[in-house]
Design a protein around this ligand. Sequence first.
Ligand code: NAP
Length: 486
Amino acid sequence: MTALQTVIDAVDKRLFIDGKWVDAAGRATFDVIDPATGEVLCAVADANPADGMAALQAAVDAQAEFAATPPRARADMLMAAFELLHAAVDDLARLMTLEMGKPLAESRGEIAYAAEFFRHFAEEATRIDGGYQTAPAGGSRFLVARQPVGPCLLVTPWNFPMAMGTRKLGPAIAAGCTSVIKPAHQTPLSMLALMGILEEAGVPAGAVNCVTTARAGAVMEPMIRSGLARKLSFTGSTRVGRVLLEQCAQKVLRTSLELGGNAPFLVFADADLDEAVDGAIAAKMRNMGEACTAANRIYVHASVIDEFGRRLAERMAALTVGCGTDDGVQVGPLIDAAALRKVAALVDDAVGRGARVLTGGSPTGGAGFFYPPTVLTHVARDAKMAGEEIFGPVAPLTPFETEQEVIAAANDTEYGLVAYVFTNDLRRALRVAEALETGMVGLNQGVVSNPAAPFGGVKQSGLGREGGAVGIDEFLETKYIGIALT
Ligand code: NAP
């Protein structure tokens, strides 16, 4: 048996409900595919709507007791899970690479990033505060307490199979909320492995439940519409986010949405070009470009676009593409055949509208869903890729002349997650950062994600923030108690 097979075999592939591992109704399963080969890795439980409701009921039943646990006890659970994630990083990274495709080094990085949400929220769990205030007219007093929202539904995407889960479970556990988590059907194994870790870390039965399914809509909708849950936290596409927001409206659920992005990456003439190329590689190539934060439109001042393009293409062409579990691989496959077709079609469209290919530009071919690192220059502003997430290793460069013009172009999108700005002019940096309609800005840096910082978008990139000091607020309600003193 290979080491890779061993890590798959070690995961319980059933549903995790009320602290027990159980089969889905009718012992139904669906297949998990290795995107590097297109072959089946294993089968996992395929929940039906009744399984989903059973998980939600377990969360509802556990809520009152879990909310009453001492904050320190919840912090200890999260710290134990943090340690366990680090102890298992090698196996967890292999598992993630097998189901999702990213190179092992990136999977290891994601496990560390994911664990950090547990440490961060372990620290926040014991700092949930309130207030006591004299009413402006005197006499009575205001007592302000914060309480867990209640049972939560957590839905996560495939691109960061572990971190998108811990970014929700960390604050939910810290706040004293129970939950049902549903990972993406492409990447259920990392989340199932995490359930084993939470169990070992002492999270009580029912406090966290996990439902895997190939029928996301059919399973989630009754849970959302039941009104038994008090909150939905969703990370995924804007398209699905809109559907869920409508479903949540009926029972007025608290809703946090981390949705798609279309990040502009601005390189001004006064930028350090090497630093900007480093930033572009980081912002573009993390996760093979399959990130909501990926640089999607790279605007470069006309006076430096040729030199920037040359340096970026040289670096991109030198990246090693291959199966993520192989040594030295820097770029793995895309998630599935549909993703590969989409990236290829977007590149063909851009080239058809006059873009020039500096490197890459067509699928690698063979087994697996590989697309090579690609740099396109002079991409038209009306190219399809300027309007939607590429979600692949394609860097489209477009020239600009003035600051005003590039700010208008950057903001010309319904998305508003993150933007990147490269300039050495302090006044310009702050002016542009303030003018960009995004929830986050990377100033002379190509990565913004940090568990201790508030992550999230404006416009149709989402509602609410994850991480940072405010991340726990999404899982807390504020209760005001008016007190008569006389
Ligand atoms: P997706 O298709 O929206 O799926 C996300 C999750 O929603 C998956 O678990 C999916 O399950 C589930 N889902 C799909 N349809 C549903 C429905 N009708 N009801 C309930 N759940 C449903 O997105 P994806 O392709 O997995 O992920 C990529 C997207 O996520 C990109 O748009 C990316 O920008 C975004 N993203 C955003 C952030 C952020 O923080 N802003 C972070 C990471 C990713 P199935 O997989 O089983 O369909």
